[in-house]
Design a protein around this ligand. Structure first.
Ligand code: HEM
Length: 500
């Protein structure tokens, strides 16, 4: 984890350096546009407040490398409190908000004050023009609302049958016993489910292999520091990324043609995109649909695959929690109810096992935004600070999830902390658990992600004895989103769980 944090810090520093100059200019322009008496009065009141304590980013480089940024962040937090600024030569100022009490400043403020900014510029060449971070905030909100609607729990009820079927078919290809790289297997199965539930039967049945290859090519050539900071740099990797994105758009366009040509309506997200309308009554164009489909698969794939693999690694390391999860499946088999209701209300133990893996290893370990219009923030210690325009703000979930006053024994894998007696994700405040973000940009795929991860793990627990044969995984260092590093080898043997 420390090594991962080193990696993250390096990313954050460079990212912030790359984006802040532009942000300061934008913030200054915005400040001018936001003139007027009310704004001036608010600015004057806020100007009275002190800035958060500052520490030199340069002075942290050696400690971060030698002791790891989690330890350094901890030290700064103990010394400076829950809001502090790391300044890189006065050019980049990254203010860390630590703990649930101050996360509202990050998650709940309007886009005009706290802006997603340059962080997601890297997705424009991936998703293509005209969608998500290539369009203005109002249009993006409408596009996100369409996705939100398409992935509502009521809409996903019927998709559960499809998820279960894909999962059964996938594992039918495993032998009686054997050894597999669980990470690779889960990644492919998750993409298989996504291709059916999001992209539709045309993709799944007529072009799946091509989509898988192009998707991997897209991800392999996008998720790097260089792409994060300079997404348009003309390097071979970016050319491969652009080709893969264009190929995916071509394949999805063909799927759209097939669907429209068939005259049939299907039960998937593609269909919901067809039927959606912008506020002005306009339908989504083919280009927008293909871009949004890429966006959804990109947003969910690595995150879900990382969380599912960590869940497996923790369960297979810990007989007590594994036994509890298996017992729950045994009880459910008794009721013969592996359906939507069982998955959503009956599998609370499995749900907590996955959630705990996400707490310990949030695949998006930190999020960065930029302050466009200054605001005040009150710390847990009762101090009030001014967050000026131009600062970057950082919500460091990987660190926040390990705070001892929020989570008891935070370095222990202990799913029961989320149980009704302890509710550790709630007691200290609603932003205690932010693996799915929160507030106005909270993940819209959370329900879908949990559903498919539970379908998969429910199946594995009921049908296989599993044993982790490679060492417990380290954290991946070479990727922008974190996950388990290398192969996660698991020995399996078929068994049929019988009800008690
Ligand atoms: C374990 C799985 C997942 C995790 C941990 C996760 C995590 C997150 C996080 C942290 C954010 C907030 C980003 C921010 O505030 O800047 C987010 C947003 C988002 N997620 Fe997920 N996600 C997961 C699965 C999915 C899936 C499966 C989909 C779609 C099928 C999805 C679609 C999105 C979208 C579209 C947003 C942007 C929402 C907005 O900006 O309003 N996610 N996710």
């Amino acid at each position: 984890a420390a090594a991962a944090a080193v990696w993250f810090s390096a990313i954050a520093a460079v990212l912030l350096a790359a984006s802040t100059i532009a942000v300061v200019v934008v913030a200054k322009m915005t400040g001018k546009r936001n003139g007027g008496a009310a704004a001036a009065a608010a600015a004057a009141a806020e100007a009275e407040l002190p800035l958060p304590p500052v520490v030199s980013g340069v002075s942290l480089i050696i400690p971060v490398i030698t002791r790891g940024p989690m330890a350094v962040a901890d030290e700064l937090y103990v010394k400076l409190g829950s809001v502090f600024t790391v300044s890189f030569l006065g050019v980049v100022k990254a203010t860390f908000l630590v703990g649930p009490e101050v996360q509202g400043g990050f998650y709940s403020r309007p886009e005009s004050e706290v802006h997603q900014g340059g962080t997601y510029r890297m997705t424009v060449p991936m998703f293509g023009r005209g969608v998500m971070y290539d369009v203005d905030v109002a249009t993006r909100s409408e596009q996100i609302a369409v996705c939100f609607e398409a992935l509502r729990p009521t809409k996903l009820r019927s998709s559960t049958v499809t998820m279960v079927r894909e999962t059964e078919e996938y594992f039918a290809k495993w032998g009686e016993q054997g050894t597999v790289d669980l990470k690779r297997e889960l990644d492919l199965l998750i993409l298989t489910i996504a291709s059916r539930v999001l992209l539709g039967k045309e993709v799944r049945e007529t072009m799946f292999a091509d989509v898988v290859a192009s998707f991997h090519e897209l991800m392999d050539n996008s998720m790097h520091l260089i792409s994060l900071c300079f997404p348009n740099l003309p390097i071979p990797r970016h050319r491969r990324r652009d080709t893969a994105s264009a190929r995916l758009k071509e394949l999805f366009s063909r799927a759209i043609q097939l669907r429209r040509g068939s005259g049939r309506a299907e039960d998937d997200v593609l269909q919901r995109f067809f039927e959606s309308r912008y506020r002005d009554g306009r339908a989504m164009s083919n280009n927008e649909i293909t871009g949004m489909l890429i966006a959804l698969v990109v947003a969910g794939q690595h995150m879900s695959s990382s969380a599912s693999t960590w869940t497996g690694a923790f369960l297979l390391r810990d007989p007590k929690h594994l036994a509890a999860a298996v017992d729950e499946q045994r009880r459910l088999i008794g009721d013969d109810r592996v359906d939507y209701d069982a998955l959503t209300t009956g599998m609370s133990t499995l749900h907590r096992c996955i959630k705990e893996a996400l707490r310990m290893h949030p695949p998006a370990p930190a999020l960065v935004r930029t302050v466009r219009r200054g605001f005040a923030v009150r710390t847990r210690e009762g101090k009030e600070y001014r967050m000026p325009a131009g600062h970057s703000v950082v919500s460091y979930a990987a660190f926040n999830h390990r705070l001892g006053y929020v989570y008891r024994d935070p370095d222990e894998y202990d799913p029961e902390r989320f149980g009704p007696e302890r509710k550790e994700d709630r007691v200290a405040g609603k932003f205690s658990f932010t693996a799915f973000g929160g507030g106005r940009h909270a993940c819209l795929g959370e329900h879908y992600a949990f559903l498919k991860m539970k379908v998969i793990w429910s199946y594995l627990l009921r049908n296989f004895e599993l044993e982790l044969v490679s060492p417990f995984p380290e954290v991946e260092l070479n990727n922008i989103m974190l996950g388990p590093r290398g192969e996660v080898m698991v020995r399996y043997k078929r068994r049929k769980l019988t009800s008690t």
